[in-house]
Design a protein. Structure first.
Length: 279
């Protein structure tokens, strides 16, 4: 039974508040499932299981799949399509879970991969949560809006470069796997998508002395994009003279904007401000 027929049989109604766009192309499902190597030892966490099409493709290639779905009306469909497969279904909002702990509790795995067709409405906060709070996720394969994909892989100095670009590239190697037309979904979204592969660094090229301070500096730098760094970083609560010392020691002009700094620049600036007392 194809996904359209199954949804109709269950009298399922799409809910705009959940940003539901289900993949219907079997070839595309296989391509997504194979971006990150999967085998009989791999544990996968899927966020936004939807109608279970990607869930089944992942389960057929891995040891176990933990599938999170916020829409409880989809659970009967998911239970039906995953019968006989190594899938654990979790009802709830992925933003409210400790993802590393959830995977460990359900499978005992200390390392896993996240693969997901992300609901567009939670794309940015969910990516930030995974990058900052799920260090045991070794690889992340995500379907996102093409605009978000451009931001994640953007380089310093470009119009699309922002806090999420810095955080993603600080934690991982970011590559675009392939483009996906809006026509591959049901219902069709208003924008095209892309599948990204984020492979977490085993050893970061640039390691901040304090990750919390690093995040604070990055987010403050892009809090108001038109502001120069001197003004943007005043929101951190440091005295102006301390900020000036920080800029001088880091070798960074206080008159530039956040988008002109590389990941290495942000690490250097955050480290100096940490030494000057920022916590």
């Amino acid at each position: 039974m194809d996904v359209r027929t199954r949804l109709k049989a269950h009298q399922f109604c799409f809910k705009k508040k959940f940003g539901q766009n289900f993949i219907t192309d079997p070839t595309l499902l296989g391509k997504i499932a194979r971006v990150a190597p999967l085998d009989e030892e791999t544990v996968v966490l899927e966020i936004g299981a939807g109608a279970g099409t990607l869930t089944c493709a992942l389960a057929d290639l891995s040891k176990a799949v933990i599938a999170i779905e916020v829409d409880k009306t989809l659970l009967p469909i998911l239970e039906e399509v995953t019968v006989g497969r190594p899938v654990t279904l979790i009802e709830g909002d992925a933003l409210k879970f400790d993802l590393d702990q959830l995977v460990y509790e359900k499978t005992g795995a200390k390392s896993y991969k996240i693969i997901a067709n992300l609901p567009y409405y939670i794309t940015t906060p969910l990516i930030m949560k995974v990058l900052e709070e799920a260090p045991h996720a070794s690889e992340i394969v995500i379907m996102v809006q093409k605009e978000v994909a451009e931001r994640l892989k953007a380089k310093s100095g470009s119009r699309t470069y922002g806090a999420i670009s810095v955080m993603a590239q600080y934690q991982s190697e970011v590559k675009e796997a392939f483009f996906v037309s809006r026509k591959a979904f049901m219902p069709s979204p208003e924008v095209d998508s892309a599948v990204l592969h984020l492979k977490r660094h085993e050893t970061k090229p640039y390691q901040a002395k304090d990750d919390k301070v690093f995040r604070k500096v990055v987010k403050a730098s892009f809090g108001q994009r038109r502001k120069i760094l001197r003004n943007a970083l005043r929101t951190l609560g440091l005295a102006d003279d301390i900020l000036e010392v920080g800029f001088e020691k880091a070798g960074i002009s206080p008159l530039v904007r956040g988008e002109s700094l590389s990941v290495e620049d942000f690490v250097r600036l955050a480290d100096v401000l940490f030494e000057e007392g920022l916590r």
